[in-house]
Structure formats: structure tokens, C-alpha cells
Design a protein around this ligand. Structure first.
Ligand code: NAG
Ligand code: NAG
Ligand code: NAG
Ligand code: NAG
Ligand code: NAG
Ligand code: NAG
Ligand code: NAG
Ligand code: NAG
Ligand code: NAG
Ligand code: NAG
Ligand code: NAG
Length: 679
């Protein structure tokens, strides 16, 4: 047993001796600020941290040749030195660290310093950066002692060489620096600082310690205003879920959300979102959210909500964008399904406003967290529609408990419905249509329309639901005139009439269009039949007509009649007769002309016409001689006497020629005619 212990001790001592003593680096001793009451801190680097070692810090007053203090630090790599332990700090001191391993010791190298001058500030922090048009304004935190300091700044575009500059700040003002940069590029900036030591002891700049470097990325400013989109997902029970999304990028579309471009987002982009969903808070106050995502879900009431957002990065903020999510559509009547059970655990908010046209929410609305609907019901203007919301809030859940139009007092509508029209009139029915009375003119909740139908000495009336705009009137009498009066009713009464008159069709007219079409076809067919039959008859008559004319026994014509002339005068066109008849019209009245023209037509068509009594006795003999067709005679008899009897002979030639140009059989008649006046 003893043998074993002895061997163990031997092994340990050998191993320790082999490892030896490794000293630490030189210590760094400093205080955090220039304040005289500041304690000191000493730090060193371990070079052989695994071993169980102890360290002792020695501070030697090299003027007085005595130790100021020994500090046992155990295994730590730093120690605080209280001012009281030192006693004096403005004399030159030597400081080193002694390391002890087992019974071996080794010392680090010494530093010779005046501790009072050993001030090392913390690294500069950038409070604010503001970048605009190539200028970067930097605001830095003050050192702990609130004194001015010397700074060194260096900056570079990514991938380029550092550029550097130094500047000093004053005790009383903010530590502020302006840097000129290319305005679209991304930069990196580093800053460090050192104390400005007043004491003459510290003139040797070796004593001034630089702080550590701080490092920041400098993006370019966000110039675009965010674009906000919102989707209403769920509208029930007085709440609606809203999904907001936004972007500040040119490339963002409806479906993709693009982060800002790299040169704006380096160093991070955050979005400051303000939601005003509770009307009963003060105007500018809303819920603030700072988020790095580009969507946000929330739930809001049925009333208007205001959303505003801006993006921020290290060098500034984008312009602010504000949107209003409009209230849900106004109801025309209260919704009895909305629960109004509001308990004391809930915060409530009453919101109300004038809603004159039933749709347009005014710019300013009244709101109160204290009042109830009963309080405001009688406060508001009479006969004008108002609207109210009662919102509740419970654990940041916003809800509309009730929303409703209301009147403090109602009245009958001020006008009847406009544009009353009658259409689809038949012999027994008609449709009356109208424009619903505008909300402004209703002055109360429209309950129904009343339609009076007056005619045939009596008046009937109908009540029609307020949301209808047409009505079929039935059971009317054919061909009768009616007056329709229509008026709107509220609980306060019935308003003025709008009146329109119309007449029902008579029964015949009332045939349906199919019947009418059939009727028209029948009539057309009938006409066709008549025309055809006449035409057929006419074609048959043409050859028949001349036969009685040529019957010489009928003609009692003078024998001396020139046959050759007669032969020459043969013409076969009725049209020629008509044309030529118009020539001698100088003495013929228009009616006479017409008669003469008729004369030509009648020849063929009206063969059965009864003989008319002879108006001119002298012609009667001639007629019996020359007109085979009795109608000829009839027509001719109507001719005025002078035409044949009293005209001068000079005109006889004309008449003669005219008649010669007539039909072949007529020519003969005319020959007779000519002879008649001569005899
Ligand atoms: C000096 O400042 C640093 C960081 O602010 C702090 O950790 C340290 O304790 C301070 N030293 C003294 C001696 O106050
Ligand atoms: C210290 O070292 C000496 C020899 O250098 C040795 O004799 C002694 O035993 C050691 N002491 C301890 C406690 O190890
Ligand atoms: C280390 O410092 C101590 C204290 O001043 C001294 O006694 C010792 O001799 C020094 N050792 C070496 C190796 O310098
Ligand atoms: C930077 O600071 C200067 C001086 O205080 C000021 O005139 C300028 O507007 C500032 N620029 C920015 C971008 O803040
Ligand atoms: C910039 O840095 C270089 C090297 O570090 C140094 O020599 C020079 O003095 C610095 N210039 C300024 C203005 O600080
Ligand atoms: C509406 O709210 C009531 C009570 O507040 C609840 O009982 C009911 O389930 C809700 N309805 C829906 C569809 O969320
Ligand atoms: C930086 O932003 C500007 C517009 O702000 C753009 O035109 C430019 O291309 C961007 N540069 C880089 C490197 O992203
Ligand atoms: C958002 O911006 C407003 C106004 O600029 C500011 O008062 C608020 O503190 C910001 N919110 C957050 C969470 O930063
Ligand atoms: C927001 O709501 C939508 C739809 O309800 C859902 O798809 C989405 O995941 C939600 N987003 C968050 C961040 O909760
Ligand atoms: C009603 O009749 C008037 C005039 O007759 C006409 O201008 C108007 O367009 C009609 N309105 C409707 C809805 O038919
Ligand atoms: C509207 O017309 C009906 C029927 O003609 C009549 O009874 C009623 O009094 C009229 N109403 C008004 C307000 O003139």
C-alpha cells in the first residue's frame, strides 16, 4: 500500500515537472471612464488553460519601490482592482502576473503604466443612422463619463478598401458625425474611440487605449411606401378575420410578397404596424406591432378599422401607408339574430352617426365608452336615419354585438315612389312598377307600399312588401281607364301618392299575338285569292270583250264613215288611251280627268254595273249605238255636256284624235262619237 502511494506521488511529480510553468500574456489594466472614482480591471490571456494553476497579480510602485498590492486571482483570467486596494494611481507602476503550478512559478512580462491614464471606453454604439441622398448622419452613444472623445471611423463598399477618418466630439453635445457616401450602395462602417485625457501625466499617447471596433452594415434608405393588401376571411358573430399583407418592393404582386431589395434590407427590415380597431380609444392610439414578417392576422369589429404601416431599416423608415378597412354594409333593418348580451366583464364602445341616405358613413362619428343605446336614442335628430354599433372587447377580442339603423322619431314618407310606370297592359291586367323611395325621403322604416286602383267607379287597394318595386294588377275590365295611386307607409303613416293613369285594351285587341298572326295570314290569303281571281277573269275577258264590239248589228254607224281611217286608227294599248286623254285637258277639270281615266279602267272590270239614267238625252242614242258595255255609257253620261255638245268645232279635232288613239273597239265608238255632235 505505501509502495503504491509512493509510486503515484512520483508519477505526479514527474508529470508536473515535465509540463513546467507557462506564463500568461501581459496584463491589460484600465478603467472604463475618466472618472477618478472608477475601479480598474486587469485582463490577460491564458496560454495553458488546462492545468490547475493559480495566478497572482503584482502591482509594483516603481517610484516608491514597493508593492501596491498582490491580488490572488485563482484560475480566472481577469480581476477587478478596487481603488481602495491601490490607494494611489497617478504614479508609474509595474504590473505583472505570476503563475504557480505546484511549487513552480513563472512571471509574465511587465507593463509599466500610470494607471490614472489607462482609460478604455466601451466600443461606440450607433444610436441612430439617417441616410438621405448620399449623406449618412450618425448619432453615437456617449461614453460612460459623458465626455467628448476621439473617434476613428472607417468605411467601405462591400469588397473595397477601407477608407478612414478621425474626429473628436465635445463634452456637451451629442456624438454626431456626417459621412458622405454613394447613395445607392451598401456600406460597412467601423468605429472606435479613445478618451481625451486632460492630465499632464498622460501626454504620452501610448497610454491612450482605443476601444474595441464596432461594426455596422449601412443599407440604403427605403424609398417606397409599403403596399398593403387585406383579405376578409370570416365574417360571423360580429367579428371578421383580416389577413393583412404588405410589401415595399417594386416586384411585389397580388400573390407574391417580395422582401425589399438587398441594398435596402441589409442589416434587417422591420415593419411597424399600427392597428386602430377599437373606436373608443384616442385618435392616434392603436396597437403597435413590430414585426419582421410581411403578413399579420387580426380580427376586427364590423366597424371601420384603420391600419398603418411603415418599414424601418438601419438608416431610416419608409413613408407611412395608411388604409381604412371599411365597415360592413349597412343593414336596412335591425338584425334580430345579432346577440346583444353584453355582460359586465366586457369593455363596451357605442358608436353612432347620421346615415341620411342609408349608405354613406360620415367622416366623423360619435363614440362613447359609457353611453348606452337608450341614452342616444332620443338625442339624435328626428325623422333622419341614424346607425349605431355596440362593440365589445374581451381579452383583446373585438366584436360587434349589435349594429342597427334607428330613428329617434318616425314620420310618413315625404314623397311617393318615383317613376311609376305601367307596362304589359292587356284587356284585364297590367304591371305597375316604381322606384323604391330613397332612404332620405322615407323618414322612418318603410313597412309597405299601398297601391290604390281606381276605375269603373270603385277603388281597390293592395299592400305590397317594402322591398318590392312592381306589382301585377289583375281583374281589370277591358277598354276601361284606371288610376293607380301608390304611396309608401312607415309606422307613422302613409305618405303622398304617386299617380298614373292608363287604359286597358279592348277585348279584341287583347288577342294574343299568335291569334293576331293567324288572323293577318288569313286576311292576306283572302286578299290574294280575290286578286288572283280578278286577274284570271281579266285574262279571260280580253278576247271576249271585242266580240260584242265587233258585232256590226249593234253599231248604227253612218255608212259614209271612212273605213281606211278607221283601219289606221287601230290601237291596242289602254295606256295610250290614258296618256292621250290627259292631253286635251285644257278644258277639263281634274275631276273630269279622273273620270276619263277611270273610264279606261272601268271598261274591263265593271261590266255588270247597272245602267245609269241618261243625263244627256242626245247622247243616249249614241250610247246605245256605240257602247257595247253599259258601263261605258254610264261613265260617259257623267261627262259634262259641254264636253261633247257645246264645244267649238276647233276642239272637235282634238277630241277626235284623242279617241282615235283609244282601243281598237273604242276607236269605232269614237268614230260614232264624232258623228254624234255633227248630226
Ligand atoms: C467596465 O465596463 C464593462 C462593460 O460595460 C463592465 O463589464 C465592467 O464591469 C466595467 N468595469 C468596471 C471596473 O466598472
Ligand atoms: C518542491 O521542490 C523540491 C525540489 O525542487 C522538492 O524537494 C519538494 O518536495 C517540492 N515540494 C513539494 C511540496 O512538492
Ligand atoms: C516572479 O515575481 C516574484 C515577485 O516579484 C519574484 O519573487 C520572483 O522571483 C519572480 N520570478 C521570476 C522567475 O522572475
Ligand atoms: C444630417 O445632419 C445635418 C446637420 O444636423 C442635417 O442638416 C441633415 O438634414 C441631416 N441629414 C439627415 C439625412 O438626417
Ligand atoms: C487611416 O489609416 C491609416 C492606416 O491605418 C493611417 O495611417 C492613417 O493615419 C489613417 N488616416 C486617418 C485620417 O485616420
Ligand atoms: C357566436 O357566439 C356565441 C356566443 O358568443 C357562440 O355561442 C356561438 O357558437 C358563436 N357562433 C359562431 C358561429 O362562432
Ligand atoms: C439598390 O437600390 C436601387 C434603388 O433603390 C437600385 O436601383 C439598385 O439596383 C440597387 N442596387 C443593388 C446592388 O441592389
Ligand atoms: C411604431 O411607430 C410609432 C410611431 O412612429 C412609434 O410610436 C411606436 O413606438 C413604434 N412601435 C414600435 C413597436 O416600434
Ligand atoms: C392567417 O390567416 C390565414 C387564413 O386564415 C392563414 O392561412 C394563415 O396561415 C394565417 N397566418 C398567420 C401568420 O397566422
Ligand atoms: C318609365 O316611363 C318613363 C316615361 O314614360 C321612361 O322615361 C322611363 O324610362 C320608364 N321607367 C322604367 C323603369 O321603365
Ligand atoms: C291616395 O290615393 C287614394 C286613392 O285615390 C286616396 O284614397 C288617398 O287618400 C290618397 N292619399 C293621399 C295622401 O292623397
Amino acid at each position: 500500500m505505501r509502495m503504491r502511494v509512493a509510486v503515484l506521488v512520483l508519477v505526479v511529480s514527474v508529470s508536473l515537472t515535465e509540463a513546467g510553468c507557462v506564463s500568461t500574456s501581459r496584463p491589460h489594466c484600465y478603467k472604463n471612464s475618466t472618472r477618478p472614482e472608477e475601479d480598474f480591471i486587469c485582463e490577460w490571456d491564458e496560454r495553458n488553460p488546462e492545468k490547475s494553476q493559480t495566478r497572482t497579480l503584482h502591482i509594483w510602485d516603481s517610484e516608491k519601490k514597493q508593492f501596491l498590492t498582490h491580488m490572488n486571482c485563482g484560475k480566472r483570467a481577469q480581476t477587478n482592482i478596487l481603488l481602495e486596494q491601490l490607494g494611489i494611481t497617478n504614479r508609474k507602476t509595474d504590473i505583472w502576473v505570476q503563475t504557480q503550478v505546484g511549487n513552480l512559478t513563472c512571471n509574465s512580462s511587465k507593463i509599466s503604466v500610470i494607471l490614472e491614464c489607462m482609460v478604455k471606453y466601451s466600443k461606440p454604439q450607433i444610436r441612430r443612422m439617417k441616410r438621405l441622398a448620399g449623406i449618412l448622419n450618425l448619432t453615437l452613444d456617449k461614453p460612460k463619463d459623458n465626455k467628448g472623445a476621439k473617434y476613428e471611423i472607417r468605411w467601405r463598399e462591400s469588397g473595397s478598401e477601407w477608407q478612414n477618418a478621425t474626429f473628436e466630439t465635445k463634452d456637451s453635445t451629442e456624438d454626431f458625425y456626417t459621412l458622405h457616401l454613394h447613395y445607392t450602395k451598401i456600406y460597412q462602417i467601423q468605429l472606435r474611440r479613445q478618451a481625451k485625457l486632460q492630465s499632464s501625466l498622460c501626454e504620452n499617447s501610448l497610454h491612450a487605449l482605443w476601444s474595441d471596433w464596432s461594426l455596422v452594415d449601412v443599407p440604403s434608405e427605403i424609398r417606397r411606401t409599403p403596399v398593403i393588401r387585406w383579405v376578409e376571411n370570416n365574417l360571423k358573430n360580429g367579428t371578421r378575420d383580416i389577413t393583412l399583407s404588405w410589401d415595399v418592393s417594386m416586384k411585389g404582386t397580388e400573390h407574391t410578397r417580395n422582401a425589399p431589395p438587398d441594398n435596402e434590407s441589409v442589416g434587417g427590415v422591420k415593419y411597424n404596424l399600427t392597428l386602430s380597431v377599437w373606436p373608443c380609444t384616442k385618435k392616434q392610439k392603436g396597437m403597435d406591432h413590430l414585426t419582421v414578417t410581411q403578413t399579420y392576422n387580426t380580427s376586427i369589429t364590423y366597424s371601420e378599422a384603420w391600419i398603418s404601416i411603415f418599414a424601418t431599416n438601419n438608416v431610416g423608415s419608409s413613408p407611412r401607408k395608411q388604409i381604412i378597412i371599411p365597415a360592413v354594409k349597412h343593414l336596412n333593418y335591425c338584425d334580430s339574430h345579432m346577440s346583444s348580451n353584453v355582460n359586465n366583464a366586457m369593455k363596451t364602445c357605442l358608436e353612432w352617426y347620421k346615415l341620411e341616405d342609408g349608405e354613406t358613413r360620415p367622416r366623423t362619428v360619435n363614440k362613447s365608452p359609457k353611453k348606452s343605446f337608450q341614452d342616444i336614442k332620443n338625442e339624435v335628430e328626428n325623422f333622419v336615419r341614424h346607425y349605431y354599433f355596440l362593440h365589445t372587447m374581451k381579452k383583446n377580442h373585438y366584436k360587434t354585438a349589435v349594429m342597427c339603423p334607428f330613428y329617434s322619431k318616425q314620420r310618413a314618407p315625404i314623397n311617393g315612389p318615383a317613376n311609376v310606370n305601367i307596362s304589359d297592359v292587356t284587356h284585364e291586367s297590367a304591371v305597375v312598377s316604381w322606384f323604391s323611395i330613397p332612404v332620405v325621403e322615407q323618414r322612418g322604416f318603410l313597412q309597405h307600399y299601398v297601391i290604390w286602383i281606381s276605375g269603373q267607379g270603385n277603388t281597390k287597394f293592395h299592400k305590397v312588401s317594402a322591398h318590392k318595386t312592381s306589382f301585377l294588377i289583375k281583374g281589370l275590365h277591358p277598354g276601361a281607364s284606371y288610376t293607380i295611386s301608390i304611396a309608401g307607409s312607415t309606422e307613422a303613416g302613409t305618405g303622398p301618392n304617386s299617380t298614373v293613369n292608363f287604359e286597358t285594351h279592348s277585348k279584341e285587341m287583347g288577342l294574343p299575338w299568335q291569334d293576331r298572326t293567324i288572323l293577318i295570314i288569313c286576311v292576306v290569303a283572302l286578299l290574294c285569292t280575290i286578286i288572283c281571281s280578278v286577274a284570271v277573269r281579266r285574262l279571260k275577258l280580253l278576247p271576249e270583250v271585242p266580240s260584242p264590239v265587233l258585232d256590226t248589228t249593234e253599231f248604227r254607224c253612218p255608212e259614209e264613215q271612212d273605213l281606211s281611217q278607221m283601219m289606221e286608227e287601230v290601237h291596242e294599248f289602254v295606256l295610250l288611251l290614258r296618256q292621250d286623254l290627259s292631253e286635251p285637258r285644257e278644258d277639263v277639270t281634274p275631276e273630269q280627268g279622273t273620270l276619263l281615266q277611270d273610264f279606261g279602267l272601268v271598261v274591263f272590270e265593271e261590266e255588270d254595273e247597272e245602267d245609269e239614267e241618261g243625263g244627256v238625252t242626245d247622247l243616249s242614242s249614241m250610247t246605245s249605238c256605240c257602247y257595247p258595255n253599259p258601263s261605258y255609257r254610264g261613265q260617259t253620261l257623267q261627262l259634262p255636256e259641254p264636253f261633247y255638245m257645246t264645244d267649238s268645232t276647233s276642239k272637235d279635232n282634238d277630241i277626235e284624235s284623242t279617241y282615235r288613239n283609244g282601243l281598237s273597239f273604242e276607236t269605232r265608238v269614237l268614230e260614232c262619237d264624232k258623228t254624234a255632235p255633227e248630226t
